[in-house]
Design a protein around this ligand. Sequence first.
Ligand SMILES: *Cc1c(COP(=O)(O)O)cnc(C)c1O
Length: 369
Amino acid sequence: MPVPFFTLDRQIPKMQKEIEKSLQAVIQSGKFILGPNVAALEEEIAAYCGTRFSVGVASGTDALHLALRAAGVKAGDEVITSPFTFVATIEVICYIGAKVVFADIDPETFNLSFQKIAEKITPKTKAILPVHLYGQMCDMEKIMALAKKHNLVVIEDACQAIGAKMNNKKAGSFGEAGGFSFFPTKNLGAFGDGGIISTNSEEIANACKVLRGHGSQQTYMYEAIGYNSRLDEMQAALLRIRLKHLDTWHKQRQENAHFYCQKLKDVEEIKLPKILPGAEHIYNQFTLRTKTRDALKKFLAEKQIGSMVYYPLSLHLHPAYQFLGYKKGDFPESESAQSEVLSLPIFPELTKKEIKEVCSGIKTFFSKK
Ligand SMILES: *Cc1c(COP(=O)(O)O)cnc(C)c1O
């Protein structure tokens, strides 16, 4: 039985009518940019994240970029982040002309190690950009204490972690700001690109609003060199409908994860995801690790079972980032994770039967070895 890695086919039809009605209303309104749906979504997301403000932008990448700029990160500043993440995390640092400083990850959560961050702080460090990878938050309380001690800005890459919690506090509400992505495969996805910034700072919220609209607050008056980075009304209208289901989808993903863990707990060759005390994981990905990752992935693919590798090469080893001056061996945990991680299907509508199929595939693979 084939099992898709990810599909929206089982979700969209259930809300098709509601979506069509809402998009039709946007079409009829003739207001496509920064209208009532974006404003309402911004309020709803701020309430959802437990922050005072949120600012809709064109993508998760832009959310991080604008948040860094609005928080005062400038060319030449050092920004500490993870080499084991999606490339956008470091692109945004480079856009500003700031310096990417990598710290290695914790091998159990794949998130930035607090100790490794501490070792990388210099007088030039301006910010920490922790990434809540796969949907589990970094150890934010420790990171915030460290930032406070050294007077650093913290911008959370929460693109995979909308709704994730640490001690009941949501992703994007710890640092000066958080960036979220509405890319279709994220837990809250749009029908295209989109993103949003969360913040408790009125100053950062206003600065992000100015930057997303060409550096202008008052029409045709420019106070900064800005961008065209707005979330549009069609996406916002759709996202408002989908947001109502988000917690249910998180719960379904968590149940799927729990079922995988039950079924796979006796397979010695794999390490299951580790949840930090106090953390609520929203499983944008369910990622295990195994020494025979490539062979397992191939075996599952032959059975038409989808799986993915996030991410196959640490960012410090890519051609575009050689200028940063790192080399192989600099981040051993990240480099070992790149050859051992495998993400399994986890989307909310996945059935128990499908999970059993994936697990029996994995068990067959290891019993043959
Ligand atoms: C998806 C993602 C981004 C970028 O989001 P886009 O909306 O695709 O620009 C940034 N960081 C991480 C960790 C992501 O997963």
